[in-house]
Design a protein around this ligand. Structure first.
Ligand SMILES: Cc1ncc(COP(=O)(O)O)c(C=O)c1O
Length: 382
């Protein structure tokens, strides 16, 4: 492949990706090139990434455990903080056990690589995150995708492949659309067809449910109904890393066999300490969840007042669909000129013709921030 040509093609198609270098901590505002930008691009939904007590907790943990784990989990990298975090996660999520990974990408790869054989058909929602798609592609199984949240299509495919081992993988709250998977119905179908269900609720955790335990808590789904739950710490927990939670046998199988668990340096123990503490803030974070609710309603009202359409999403992820790649990028650029960051999302991350701004409302924002965002979108479109 000619890389120069390839990059050139990307530029011409409006698909060139570039990074912005942030000079500050995460928050409702961040600074870039010594200018302050209102930040609607992050997944730090509860505003914990720069939380004072968590920072103090991490500094303290570094004093005690140093900066790194020193090795992979199965050598000498597994420490008391990891063990404590796993226990706390299991109880927070009402699962038998949990296993900590250094990223959600790795956790998803682990699930498919360990639990899938050559006779397995993996059914996935078409809008699943790339890490789930890659997990299936890199496994020994056969990936089949069903239309987004289309239960009839899912059932047709389960019926078609019923002589295979079956696994269904879906996001809980979809990362680019902000809508939910119909998990009660998906779970019923999985029981009917004896399919193993795995839910990646990276975006629902912290934000949904009485105690922030995510979409499964909100819908009252237990471990029997959803045997495997993946979540990440890079979103509502404000940190990084991830876990898989489920029954003890599955967790043991990951420890024994998951290459993305075995052959990588363990999460720094100090990070495990701080995430364990962050769980308490998540559980006690009803005021933060309420603030997000208030902002979602406010955003929708303001958009309507400006004659702008919003999506069906009821969550903090609010896509503003523009459609065309060039127009979406231009809108993102105009917002940037007005010191507002909103993620421009283009294919292949989202389907062709649905390029969008992915607006993420967090507990760190206030109504004035939202007013400024909506007014700027509106003016930019004139
Ligand atoms: C649904 C979903 N799963 C998994 C991941 C990957 O998690 P991580 O960033 O911890 O690798 C992401 C995003 O980062 C995500 O949105």
């Amino acid at each position: 492949m000619d890389l120069v040509d390839d990059i050139d093609r990307r530029k011409k198609a409006g698909l060139f990706r570039s990074r912005r270098t942030i000079q500050s901590a995460q928050g409702a505002s961040v600074s870039i090139d010594n200018e302050v930008y209102l930040n609607f691009s992050s997944n730090d939904y509860l505003g914990l990434a720069n939380h004072e007590s968590l920072k103090a907790c991490m500094i303290d943990a570094i004093d005690r455990y140093g900066i790194g784990a020193g090795a992979s989990q199965l050598l000498v990298g597994h420490s008391r903080p990891h063990q404590k975090l796993e226990k706390k996660l299991a109880s927070f999520l009402s699962r038998d056990a949990a296993l900590v990974f250094t990223s959600g990408y790795q956790a998803n790869l682990a699930v498919a690589s360990v639990l899938v054989d050559t006779n397995t058909v993996i059914l996935q929602d078409k809008r699943n995150h790339a890490s789930l798609i890659d997990a299936a592609r890199l496994s020994n199984g056969h990936l089949v995708r069903y239309r987004h949240n289309d239960l009839r299509h899912l059932e047709r495919l389960l019926e078609k492949h019923k002589n295979n081992n079956l696994m269904v993988m879906t996001e809980g709250v979809f990362s680019m659309d902000g809508d939910y998977a119909p998990l009660l119905e998906v779970s019923d179908l999985c029981v009917k067809y004896k399919a193993l269900l795995m839910v990646d609720d990276a975006h629902g955790l912290g934000v949904l449910g009485e105690s922030g335990a995510g979409l499964l808590e909100m819908l009252g789904l237990n471990q029997k109904q959803v045997p495997l739950l993946v979540g990440t710490f890079g979103k509502s927990f404000g940190a990084s890393g991830a876990f898989v939670a489920g029954n003890a046998l599955h967790i043991e199988a990951f420890i024994q066999k998951a290459r993305t668990y075995i052959y990588t340096t363990a999460m720094p123990p100090s990070l495990a300490v701080v995430i364990t503490q962050a769980i308490d803030l998540v559980v006690g974070g009803n005021d933060l969840r309420q603030q997000i609710e208030v902002l979602i309603r406010h955003y929708k009202e303001k958009m309507m007042q400006h004659g702008l359409t919003t999506s069906e999403s009821d969550t903090m992820i609010q896509p503003f669909i523009v459609g065309d790649i060039v127009k979406t990028t231009a809108l993102g650029d105009r917002l940037y000129k007005n010191k507002i960051l909103a993620a421009v999302i283009r294919p292949p991350t989202v389907p062709k013709g649905t390029s969008r701004l992915r607006i993420s409302l967090t507990a760190a924002h206030n109504k004035e921030h939202v007013d400024r965002l909506v007014a700027t979108i509106s003016n930019s479109l004139k």
